[in-house]
Design a protein around this ligand. Structure first.
Ligand code: CMP
Length: 139
């Protein structure tokens, strides 16, 4: 059975461009409930840990350097079938290929700076949520 939680991050370039407000509004409009949220800057080591599943990928160093280059907003979102629903809602990984009106099409810069992260499975949603939030920080 599909879970009802996913983990998102608003990435450093989207934060820098002033898109925190519009992205959170869009998330809420999409029917996703914010059950936890924080504004934080990851160290390189923390970004490497978060993206550990991509360790062997050629873009790992670029990705982790970028994700630790400035503050991010992390949030746990709740909705039925959250992982798939949110991935559809944010659009394709590459903003240039994302459907019009999706968060990545509206606020993404390029493949690496694609505005937001979204968990790719229920298992990773749990791992990623536990990375950022204790049980006391979830409402
Ligand atoms: P995200 O959902 O955060 O999960 C992994 C990220 O890797 C992905 O979004 C992209 O931003 C990034 N990514 C994927 N492919 C590439 C690539 N070829 N070059 C740079 N970054 C990439």
């Amino acid at each position: 059975m599909a879970g009802n939680k996913t983990l998102t991050m608003i990435k450093p370039m989207a934060v820098k461009k002033g898109f925190i407000g519009p992205i959170l509004a869009k998330i809420t409009e999409g029917g996703f409930k914010i059950v936890a949220m924080k504004y934080a800057k990851l160290t390189l080591e923390q970004a490497q840990k978060f993206y550990e599943v991509h360790k062997e990928r050629p873009f790992y160093d670029e990705l982790t350097a970028f994700m630790s280059s400035g503050p991010i907003v992390a949030a746990i979102l709740e909705k039925e079938n959250a992982v798939e629903a949110y991935r559809n809602y944010i659009g394709a990984t590459d903003p240039a290929k994302a459907a019009p009106g999706t968060i990545r099409a509206l606020y993404g810069t390029n493949l690496g700076m694609n505005a937001v992260h979204g968990s790719d499975s229920d298992e990773n949603a749990t791992i990623e949520s536990d990375f950022f939030f204790s049980q006391l920080e979830r409402f």
